[in-house]
Design a protein around this ligand. Sequence first.
Ligand code: NAP
Ligand code: GLV
Length: 310
Amino acid sequence: MSLTVLFAASNDDWQKYSAALKTAFADARLDVALVTQAEPETVDYIIYAPSCSLRDFGPYKNTKAVLSLWAGVEKIVTNETLTMPLARMVDPGMTQSMTEWVTGHVMRYHLGMDAHIVNPSQDWIWHSNPLAQERTVCILGLGELGTAAARSLLALNFNVSGWSRSAKAVEGVTCFHGAEGLTQALGTADIVVLLLPDTAETANTLNESTLALLPKGARILNPGRGPLIDDAALIDALDSGRIAHATLDVFRVEPLPVDHPFWAHPKVTVTPHIAAATRPVTSSVEIARNIRLCEDGQPMINLVDRARGY
Ligand code: NAP
Ligand code: GLV
């Protein structure tokens, strides 16, 4: 039986994904009509990105699941018309990309690269860096992406700690959880990486009081979501010298407005939400796999818990 899969994303996304999805469906032995428009009651699955105009899922009465092209689902998780299962994106290509971004920016801080890359007065700036095992990187969020980044940093010998909502065990990582765990995790963190989802509970995880828990001169990487940090508190902490530098990939408003103080701040590096894009080929395989599971009557994977918000 043929399935109708509605691709609800931008035209740009259609150009990037349509061929890869068709190949992945065929490889998963799924007979699929992949369309960008359809009568709602004929749609079996929706592949969704917030770049499309679809907001009312009510008419999609026979749709078995919505599969997000994004890992972060904060833009649809509270949509009350979306009553069918919602799967978030877990994509090995995205995970590799995030691991590369985090590792690269940790190494920039660890090696003090900036002093040599931008050195117009040609100063002979000698310094001895600590070894990786003398540096603690703390990852807030030990999910798909945080755990992969932690493993990559462990392989480079960093001392790695992590924080999650529930108790976790990741070999080699000092794991903390809950409110008290955050205090402990931040207290020893030379570099903090935010890889939490954007939920009501994670808003302003780094604020005036939690920033004050960090050792003086700590650095921050935020490839998670903008609302995880209180922007004004971060700027105060950078200005006072408590935080030495921040590299931010995600913002409360994107693109980051031209007049936002982060752009001009000498202790902030802005990257334009590029840490880990979904990769069409690898993510299409995962989407097809999840639809195959559902068609076989098996539990789908990577389902979002609406109550938790991620
Ligand atoms: P995930 O697998 O769902 O992991 C989320 C982690 O955050 C889990 O360890 C979870 O704890 C923890 N967490 C959630 N709420 C918490 C709370 N209140 N207190 C403490 N820990 C909490 O998500 P993921 O796939 O790793 O992705 C993480 C986020 O990265 C996404 O939500 C998205 O916002 C962002 N992202 C950014 C980019 C980019 O290009 N910049 C790309 C992809 C994703 P438990 O383990 O206890 O559940
Ligand atoms: C990107 O930020 C994503 O959530 O996939």
